[in-house]
Design a protein around this ligand. Structure first.
Ligand code: ATP
Ligand code: MG
Length: 240
């Protein structure tokens, strides 16, 4: 699904968290939002998810206006900065939660949910972990459960906010590769937020560099490296 952002803006009484943003994420692309703390990455992601209301601007999914759609109607799978698994539920119930919580008429049968959970656990390489509880998992395993949970509802797009934030370097690298593989297997249009330049450059098809609520430049990693268009992009990439 193609995502088009046309002038989306967010102000919180006086502070402009996001200046009018123009961005197109072509269908099937893995895009990184890269920028320092406070640059508006989470704000933009939450506007796309429908968790924030824009002060101005419009959003389109495959050409159809999505600005006023509810979170549910947007059908995005998301993993947020401080993702939380349900501690009292085992892995299988965590992953199947979004399906089991649907109103009866839309809810798949118990067997269908179990089959979907199984295939998602295989996708994130957690076969055999269905019965474990979150506190019996490593940080990286928990993060993969959060991925699987986001994918369970058959989302139209995937939104990830610093999905590897709290993890150590080795686990981050492993999950990075996992994200790329899962993206390629599902073909889902995916936007992930990171302040880690190397992570963005290694994993993403396209990177949008943000600074103080503005999208400074969008391009393929090699284009940004070879042709930084603003002083900020040049110095930010040089510093990383
Ligand atoms: N609910 C809010 N009320 C007021 N200001 C906010 C609110 N949420 C975010 N902001 C402000 O908007 C700006 C952008 O915040 P945002 O969370 O989008 O940044 P970010 O790029 O995700 O940063 P980080 O890397 O630290 O997560 C910041 O200056 C922040 O203080
Ligand atoms: Mg953030």
């Amino acid at each position: 699904m193609q995502i088009e952002i046309d002038g989306l803006t967010k102000a919180y009484d006086g502070t402009q968290a996001l200046a009018p943003a123009q961005l197109t994420v072509p269908s099937g692309v893995l895009m990184a939002l890269l920028g320092p703390s406070g640059s508006g990455k989470t704000t933009l992601l939450r506007l796309i998810a429908g968790l924030e209301t824009p002060s101005a601007g419009r959003l389109f999914f495959d050409g159809a206006e999505a600005t006023g759609l509810s979170v549910q109607a947007r059908r995005s799978g998301f993993v947020f900065q401080n993702y939380a698994l349900f501690r009292h539920m085992n892995v299988a119930r965590n992953v199947g939660y979004g399906l089991a919580a649907r109103p009866r008429r839309d809810r798949p049968s118990r067997a269908e949910i179990a089959a979907r959970v199984d295939s998602l656990l295989t996708l994130v390489r957690l076969d055999g972990f269905a019965e474990r509880f979150p506190d019996q998992l490593s940080g990286g395993q928990r993060q993969r459960v959060a991925f699987a949970r986001a994918l369970a509802i058959e989302p139209r797009l995937l939104l990830l906010d610093e999905p590897f934030g709290a993890l150590d370097a080795a686990v981050r690298r492993e999950l990075r590769t996992g994200l790329r593989r899962i993206h390629d297997e599902t073909g889902l249009t995916t936007i992930f937020v990171t302040h880690d330049q190397q992570e963005a450059m290694e994993v993403a098809d396209q990177v949008a560099v943000m600074s103080t609520g503005r999208i400074e430049q969008v391009g393929r990693p090699e284009d940004l490296r070879n042709h930084p268009r603003t002083p900020f992009v040049r110095s930010f990439l040089a510093a990383g």
